[in-house]
Design a protein around this ligand. Structure first.
Ligand code: GDD
Ligand code: MG
Length: 377
């Protein structure tokens, strides 16, 4: 660990102590739900969980760890399945002073979004409220403020509520007096939403929640538990603003990268042999050939190799991929170690999974998905 990151970790540890003293709590735990199958991001999720998708060359989970530590969390429980656990352990990412534990869904029995909370009852304990997060989010939500809102009232659960243009794709809430949630409806049919306020996938729960989740089966927080809590008048909301995105669909994943790129792109660079159109992010060990045009909005993971006269814009290229001479990549996601052959054209919305190969001169029209390790001509 370098001096700068050591100092950063010390700074975060100090933050944790200050925040917990302020809230009068001994510790703050967070459970992150990351055992879903990421079906909407296939075929990239065939080989990695959503939580490990790079957001401007840093895994989503690493962004989350960093934010949790900054908000005073000291222990994280990852609610995973066996495969997700394997991938996360392999990734060996920085933990910013957090203690990280795993809680596994049983084999062949995904527990849904509430079942894993019950499963982790012993780890979460009965002493203090804790945070629960969906693991596929990039947000600016202040967990501390959410915690304060929760501690002020008599809520069993306090949900961060974000305003959305199309609430029908999410869990929706109708607020009553004092931020009590009168009604919670998961993914209501379009036109029947009780409001534009959606469940941002971030909650503070009190230990009383364990009484509301049956044991030993899949339970949905949104379809079973929240409606029950609303009925008992113990479900509360806390409105939040700022950046909030669920990366669960390809276009949202790309959009997230572009938004974050605007805040942390590489400094404008004068490339000698290629044309760099900012914003771009170029990972370590990337090689770019003559006359290639990189950007705007191109993110190249570490050790990506780009040939001559290549054009890459509005795309995310995962680490170790190879884009050969004269290829064009536009509005696409290119998986780890994938190979795009000479002169190939990859159009808007295409997803090329890990280790897949697109042959020389192939033209992939909009939204073509190529499975892992497949070769297409
Ligand atoms: N351990 C475990 N087991 N985790 C799971 C399981 C499971 O069986 N199923 C889903 N998860 C995790 C996913 O990995 C994800 O991080 C989180 O739970 C939410 O699941 P999604 O499948 O992404 O749900 P969604 O995006 O359709 O809807 C949820 O998020 C919206 C905000 O983005 C709901 O919570 C909505 O109410 C909410 O508005
Ligand atoms: Mg989601």
């Amino acid at each position: 660990m370098g001096v700068v990151s050591t100092l950063h970790t010390v700074y975060i540890l100090n933050q944790i102590i200050t925040i917990l003293q302020f809230e009068g709590m001994k510790q703050l735990k967070a459970l992150i739900l990351i055992g879903g199958f990421g079906t909407r991001l296939r075929p990239l999720t065939c080989t990695r969980p959503k939580a490990l998708f790079p957001i401007v060359n840093k895994p989503l989970l690493q962004w989350t760890f960093e934010k949790l530590a900054e908000n005073g969390v000291n222990e994280v429980i990852l609610a995973v399945n066996k495969l997700t656990e394997f991938h996360i352990k392999q990734a060996r990412m920085p933990k910013y002073g957090l203690s990280v534990k795993f809680s596994l869904d049983p084999p062949k029995m995904p527990l849904g979004t509430a079942g894993p909370v019950k499963k982790a009852e012993k780890l979460l304990g009965h002493e203090e409220p804790f945070l629960v997060l969906n693991g596929d989010l990039i947000t600016e939500i202040s967990y501390r403020q959410l915690l304060r809102a929760h501690l002020e009232g008599k809520a069993v659960a306090t949900i961060a509520l974000h305003e959305a243009e199309d609430p029908s794709r999410y869990g929706t809430a109708e607020l009553a007096e004092g931020n009590r949630i009168k009604q919670f409806v998961e993914k209501p049919p379009k036109g029947t939403e009780p409001s534009k306020l959606i469940n941002a996938g971030v909650y503070v729960l009190s230990p009383k929640i364990f009484d509301y989740i049956p044991e030993g089966r899949a339970v949905s927080m949104e379809r079973e538990v929240f409606p029950k809590l609303a009925e008992k008048n113990v479900l509360y909301g806390h409105k939040v603003g700022g950046l909030w995105i669920d990366i669960g669909k390809p276009e949202e994943y790309l959009e997230t990268n572009k938004l974050i790129l605007e805040t942390c792109a590489d400094k404008p660079r004068k490339a000698r042999n290629f044309n760099c159109k900012n914003p771009v992010a170029i990972g370590k060990g990337v090689i770019i050939g003559e006359n290639s045009v990189i950007g705007p909005c191109a993110i190249l993971g570490k050790n990506v190799t780009v040939g001559k006269n290549v054009q890459i814009r509005n795309s995310v290229v995962f680490q170790d991929a190879k884009i050969e001479d004269d290829a064009i990549v536009e509005g696409a996601l290119i998986g780890e170690s994938a190979k795009i052959g000479k002169g190939a054209k990859i159009s808007e919305g295409c997803i090329i999974a890990d280790h897949a190969r697109v042959k020389e001169g192939a033209v992939l029209h909009e939204k073509v998905h190529v499975c892992p390790a497949i070769e297409v001509a």
